[in-house]
Structures are given as C-alpha cells and as structure tokens.
Design a protein around this ligand. Structure first.
Ligand SMILES: [Zn+2]
Length: 129
C-alpha cells in the first residue's frame, strides 16, 4: 500500500470500516423487520386458535419487544456512524467533540463512531448518575 499521508489514509480506513458497519446494521434492521412481519402473519392464526397458550404469547411479545428495542439501538448506532462520517468529511474525525483533543487510536479502533475521549466519556457517564 502506498503511504502518502498517514493521517489521511487512517481516516479513509475508518471511513471504510464505518461504511461497512453501516451496511451491516441496515441489513440487520431489514432482516429484523422481515422476521417481525413474517411472525405476525404466522402467529396471527395460531394465537386465535390456541388462545389458552398465554405463556407462548407472552414469550412472543417479549421477543418482539426485544427485537424492536434492538432495532432502536441499531438506529441510534446508525446516527452515530453517520455523525462520524460527517466528521471525516469535515476533517474533525478522531477529535473529541467535547474537549477537541485527539481520541486514542485504540479507542477509535474499538469504537470507530466514538465521539468523545475516555475522560469526557467518563464525565458524561458521571453526570447521568
Ligand atoms: Zn474529551
């Protein structure tokens, strides 16, 4: 691989990672939506036919709510990925949005869409409590 500008290459790398995770999440959300609607069709007749199976129905509802919750988490993740892609375009990627200092490369590798450095993240978490 040619090494022109290391900083630029790194951003390109993260951009690829972010775009890939975005694709995966969109794919997951679509899959979940498909499973949920297939479920509704399937179980519609089943539930009315076996009205006494309350435990089964409750489990189904729990599963559905769980998937919906997951979908909303993934949507939030999508927003964060989009925000990170925007920061790459604006050349502010890798900088903490709070203190503007560089975020550790290891942290970016683990969480490419992360917005804050460890210290500011801790401050935010502490405020939540
Ligand atoms: Zn910070």
């Amino acid at each position: 691989m040619p090494q022109k500008s290391p900083a630029h290459d790194k951003n390109e790398q993260f951009k690829k990672i972010l775009l890939k995770s975005k694709e995966d999440i969109v794919h997951d959300i679509k899959n979940m939506a498909a499973v949920n609607s297939a479920d509704n069709k399937d179980k519609g007749g089943d539930v009315s036919g076996h009205a006494m199976h309350i435990a089964d129905v409750a489990t189904d509802m729990y599963d559905r709510e769980f998937s919906l919750g997951l979908a909303s988490n993934e949507r939030e993740l999508l927003n964060r990925i989009d925000a990170a892609l925007k920061r790459i375009a604006e050349k502010t990627y890798g900088l903490c949005v709070v203190c503007k200092k560089a975020i550790l490369a290891a942290r970016l590798k683990a969480l490419p869409y992360v917005e804050t450095c460890v210290k500011c993240q801790e401050d935010i978490e502490n405020k939540k409590r």
